[in-house]
Design a protein around this ligand. Sequence first.
Ligand code: 13P
Length: 339
Amino acid sequence: MDLDTLRANAQALVAPGKGILAADESGGTIKKRFDAIKVESTEENRRAYRELLFSTPGISDHVSGVILFDETIRQSDRDGTPFPKLLADQGIIPGIKVDTGAKPLAGADGETVTEGLDGLRERLEEYHALGARFAKWRATYTITDEIPSRYCYEANAHALARYAALCQEAGIVPIVEPEVLMEGSHSIERASDVTAEAQAALFQELHRNRVLFEGVLLKPNMVLSGYDAKSQAADEEVAQRTIRCFRWTVPAAVPGIVFLSGGQTDEQATSRLNEMNMLGPHPWELSFSYGRALQAPVLKVWKGDAANVAAAQAAFTHRARMNGAARDGSYTAAMEKAA
Ligand code: 13P
């Protein structure tokens, strides 16, 4: 294994002012996004939409890497340039989602374990040949009064660690994503406890599976009140609790933490990342790996109409620039209006 390359790619993904675009929606998820704007989810529409994102002028100023889906990594722009090459030519690192989804965990009502380990070594070899230099695997944890169980933490941590070790063997930087879901009426304190348990279990398994921390990135949820909680914590409290939780659980050798947006509004996701970076310096880079928070405004403007491509790209550039500013705590709400 080439640790220098892994480390260099992990560091490039969290370079100052930049973050990751998660564009790895599975067939079912992209259909949901397209349904909302009344666009049919055909292969050509999915390709055209991803081309819009990846060919946005100047986007590499704020996007260090893009996570692709299996279909997308094999697609090309209208001139026949494969998407991984289109990205790499701009200095953007292509990545790939490799898990095959969260499935019911046997004997554990309401809990899931993420699958995709069978045949993973061979798939990673193919993805590397297609240009992927980093990957993503997402585990999910639902909060109620009774769950997550210890069994769920351990089953998901084990799968994440097996995946991460296989990635590093293949020269691919693993992004490990233990996502504690916002659904529920739990307090922010409970979200913090569950996030810490999930991460502590994960880093213990990563260590046991001989994963090199310098060549891995963590993609976590922020510590938030449940959607249906009586009171919602302010951005400043979210930032303080998230940082405190991570200082307890994430080794300083990990180069970066790249947050998911997970149902926050675009501006909340930016503002909270900004608050956290204002509390720095931290042992790790704090960055973004947003799906919805980068793409929601783009989809709304695009609406499947080629005539809207330039305006949709401008919306994407704006969101990427706002998040780029949040990387060093220089974002302000006034910058939204100025656009
Ligand atoms: P969201 O930012 O929409 O949560 O998506 C990020 C992601 O890749 C989830 O796995």
